[in-house]
Each structure stands twice: as structure tokens, then as C-alpha cells.
Design a protein. Sequence first.
Length: 754
Amino acid sequence: MRISLRCYLRSIPQCRIVTTNTPAILSRMVNIRIIDRPPHISLFNNNQISIRFCSSSSSSSSSLPSPNDNEIKDKNIDTLVQPGQDHSTQFSDEWGDIGEEITGRKLLKEEIIPLLNKFLQRPTVRQLAAENGLKPKLLIEAFSSFRKKILDSKILDPEIHILLSDILQGKGHVDDLFPSFIKHAKTIYPHIDCLDDLKKISDLRLPPNWYPEARTINRKFYFHCGPTNSGKTYSALNRFLESKSGIYCGPLKMLAVEVFQKANNAGVACDLITGEERRFSDENQSPSAHVSCTVEMSSVNQMYEVAIIDEIQMVRDPERGWAWTRALLGIAAEEIHLCGEKAALNLIIEILSTTGEVVQINEYKRLTELNVEDNALESLENVQPGDCIVCFSKRDIYNVSLKLERMGHNVATIYGTLPPATKLLQCSKYNNPNDPCNILVATDAIGMGLNLSIRRIIFYSLIKPTFNSKNEKTLDVIPVSQALQIAGRAGRYNTQYHQGYVTTYKPEDLPILKEVLASPIEDIEAAGLHPTLDQIEMFSFLLPNASLTNLLDIFVSLCQLNPYYFMCNIESIKFLAGILEHISLPLRARYVFCCAPVDNKSNFVCAMFLKYARQYSNNQPMTANWLCQTLKFPFRRPINMAELDHLLSVYDCLDLYLWLSYRFPDVFFDQESVRDIQRKLDEIILDGVLNITKLLRASGGGGGEHHKGQRMYNPQARFKQINMLLSNNDNSSTSNNNNNNTLNYKISSKIHHH
């Protein structure tokens, strides 16, 4: 008896003060916690905390259609977490049943069950549970776990044994069980102990406060609004070139390159910054006072005299809108020129009123006349020089191009997945009056970023297939804003096609097009926001065992937004996080990888993405030599559409390497050699596009059939395919190692050196 009691007393944890090594960003929020349980239940011990969240591999909601951000927002956090394990002290029978020794009685299940049921039914218990963060769902689950622990234990915790015995003998009240119950609940649901901190971190109601540099100056805004071909960006660029320092933020790499070239040609030293490329005007690579960049790469720490944010209406973009919001609120410039649709004006005025900043409005009219024709094209035999047929699917592009060539036309082709250089060369071919090519077949990729001399836009169809936030394919009439932007490409100031025309291919579509083009563009109601890396790191600090997918889901479920903002779609980040779930990566690196520009509809690109992450995790440098073996370089010229599309995926893999090289230069260090490989590949792709009709004929005339079955909406099935593809590549790479010396790279000696 004496030995048993001594052992029992030794097992009781003492009150401890646990000092945490908190990140600097959290140091003012929490740095000391007093707990009355062993360290393994402390929220601040990464090695001992136990909490299991729904992951993409185990959650019942993981199969697509996956919840979109609005659905997640509507969910309570209770639906996003699952109970962890109870690591409280387990009592063995080595020293006997201490509780029974102390009370002198053995407890029977028949006595305990009614008592526990009565405990759950008590209004006081439910009220206390709610005050401690246990809502009804979690209360039931926590009670079930607590009840199971008591009934399944051969030897009860002496404290609980004594409590139950006293209650059964009328010496205590059933409510006395609550302290033991809530300790158990917080052990399996540790998030309820830091819910207030999580809510503070995810409070997004005041995004202007995230940018202290911009708040220290009085910024003056100029809104240049007008339709396509109205000269609104031209006016802003003149001010950019006149300034002592400036930044241009564009939606596309091609636009950033165009401004970079214009500035340097005008004698204004200007640098280029995109996700995959850095170019300095100065030979010594010293930063210039002017920079042209894609909007995601804009700096919010550098002071400028003038800034341009192009296509400001893209604050409404469901995936990229956050980048425009960040630039709008965070760029520190004396004057900021916003260029875009008038539909964004009211929202911009409202947002800037919260920072005390005003907007001067400069409205522009179209420089050339745009006429909607009274007749549809009806037949491809009616095409004329200067026509551009806009299709919303690759299949239509392929079919139309093939039919036009059979009629004797020389056709240029542009669609979104083509490399920028190939697009520009196709544009140059079409624009050149001395080139026999005078018909363009393109997707809506022509709506932005390409200088084209188009006489007439012909909508092959008005139905545009899109993928919603659940990755479900939807078919709907093209939105008014996109229709106006595409139609506005017809007619170009100071070209042979001073007047622009627009029509449809099908007669039944023409009245619809006229109605769409005559409709006003609805005002944009909200601008996009996105969780930052710092915010996700703070979440991870408080919930160290949660996966990145769950951290994002919980963040979205808890975040608070004011009416001017919405949460951007994070499904692509979650999909990539699912691919990397079993790769050992620090959270910061994992998050950066998941923000990479990956075509998640391509299994090949996803497999290379996974391979990059695995190499990085193993700290294995990725040389151009390694990349050549992995991608099977040198590449042969494509003989059908399947091979051309594969080469486009390979190009994306090289782009991904370059993007990662600026984030992880120690591992992805062979930039110049990879650019050489990419240039070689670009030439091969261009040759394929120039002979696209030959490839279509070799593919059976339709093109695109090889894509059947490629896009799958169940992540687990996709992950399985990606891993199988990765395994095949690994086996192939192994077999090629012996033939390393026979690879004919023909790029640079640097590749051989590595």
C-alpha cells in the first residue's frame, strides 16, 4: 500500500512553466504558458503534441469535387479536425489498482455508464463546454472518447476513480467530472486552447495595415480607364519613362518584356523581373531605378516616384486577384497609375478611402471604330486577309487550322500553352504584310499581351468551357468583359486596319454576341486576398502536426474579411500540397513549392514537380546534366500532336526549374544551361507549330484525342498516375546513366562541366 501510494504521488505532474521559443512575429503574442499537465500536451512542444487533421489522403472530403473556398468558409472548424491520440499517463497494474485501494471499492461498468450519460445531459456541462470552445459536435466526440477511455481502462486514473466513487456514494456531484473531462478534450483537440490566437492571425479585415512603407507616404492615384485600343496604358507609360524611378506591374511576362524593351530603347535604364527571369540593364548587374515586372513580383519595400499597375480589373480574378490587391495597397510610390476597365473604379475608390487616398479619373475612348457585322461568317470559305478566328478549345483550333490549310490558306496559330517566343514569332508572321500568312486562329490568349494587326474578329463559338473551383467542367456564354476585350483586338491605331469588325461563325450566335457586347460590365464587388507565408507559419506554430492542406482549410474557415475583399481560390495550392504530402520539407519550402506555376492538369509536369521536390528534400543539386537525362534530351522534332503537346509540357518543366532557381539557388543552380536547353526546345516547338497541319494529319486529323482520360478529378487517382509516371522516369534515368557519354547535348561546355 505504501509503495503503491508513493508511486502514485510520483506520477502526478507538477505545475510547470514552459518557456517557448516563439518566432519573432509571435513574440508579442505568446511566449510563456503555464500548464498543469506534462509537456506532451503543451501546444508549444512540436515533438510531443498530438493532433491529427484531415489530410488529402485520409479525409473523407478529399475526393473531388473538393470543397471550394466558399464551402470551406461555411464549414465550422470542428468539421475540419479529427481527434488526436490521448497521451495522458497510462496506469499499469504493476502496483495494483491505486484508486480501488484508496476508495476501498471496485467500480462496475453498470454503475459508471448511467453516471456518464447523466453528465453529458447536464445543461451546466454543455454551457461550460461551450465556454471552453467545445461546440456540440466536438462535445459529443470528446465525450465519446472520454467515455471510451474510462470504460476500456483496466485500471482507471486514481483521480477519476476517486471522483466516480464519491459521486456514486453521494459525496460528490456529477459536474465534478468536468475538469477531468475538459483536460481530456484539450488533449485530443489542442486547437481549442489557441482558437483566439488562430482567429487573430487569420483576421484579414485590415489588409492596408500589412504594408507599413506604403502607409508612411501620401500616394496619389490616377485611374486610366477605357476599352481595349484606347491608349490608356500609353499615357501612363509616358509618365513612367519621364520619372526618376518607377515600376511597371503587368499581368503577363510578355507585357513586362515589352515595357522592359521599350524603356531601354528609349534610353531609360530598366530591369526585368518575372518569376522565371531576371535581366539587368547594367552590365555589372547593378539594379536600375526603373523595373518592369509581372505583378506577383512587385516589391512593396522599395520606394518609387511612379508606379503602373496594368489591368487593374484583375483584382477580381479568382486565383491571381491577390497580387493586384497587394500591389494596390502595398506599392510605395508617390504616384500610382492604374490602367484597366471602368468596372473596377468604384471598388478602387472604396478601398483607397480606407487609407485616406484619393483617385483622379482619366477616361479614354477607343481610338478606332469597332463595328459588329450584320452577317455571320457561316463558312470558312468566306474568310478574308486580316481575319482572326477565336476558338475556346484546342480541338477547335486544330480542326479550323486543318480545314483552312486544305483550302490553301497560310495560317498562324496561337494558344495559351505555347512558349512566349513561339507566340511572338507567330504574331510577327501574321502582322508582316509581306508574309503569305494572313489568317490567325487563336484562343482567348490574344485578349491580352500581344500586339496584333487584326481586321476582323470571328467568334467560332460563344460557349467557353471553364473549370470551376471544384474542378468541374462548365459551359457558359463568354463573360461580357472577356467578349469586349477579345472583340476590341479588331482594328489597331496607325495600322492598315484602322477600323475593326467583329462577327460570329454561326448565324445563331450573332444576336447573342450583339447583346453581350451591348451589355454594361458589372462593377467589380471585391478584390482578392491570399494567406501569406508568415500567416501560415504562425498557424503551423500553433498547430504543428497539421498538414499544409489542413492549415489552409482551417485558415479559410476562420478568416474574417470585410465586404471589399474575397479569399482567392487555393485549390491549386492544396492539390500540389497533396502531391508533396509524403516528402519531408520544411513548411516554408513546402509552401513556396506549392505556389510554383505548375500546370496541374499535366501528369508529366506534376511528376517532374514531385521529382524536383524529392531532390530538394534529399539536398541533391539538380544540374543541367541531370535534367537532360530526366527529360530525355536531345529532343526530336514532333511527328504528331501528342509529341508536340509533350514537348510543351517539357517546356513547362524547364520554366518550373527556372522559377525554383530564384527561390532555391543552392540546389537549382544551373540557370544559364537550362535557358540554353529551353532555347533549343523553343526552336523545335516553333517548327512543330509552323507545321501544325502536318502533325494534325499524322494524328488522324482531329488533334487533342490523346488528352482523353488525362484530366482526372479524383486527387488520389491523379497522385497514383503521377507516381507511376515518376517511377517510369526513374527507371529510365537509371538505364540511361551508362550511356551518359553518348548524349549529344550541343549546348555549352558548362553542361559537360557539371
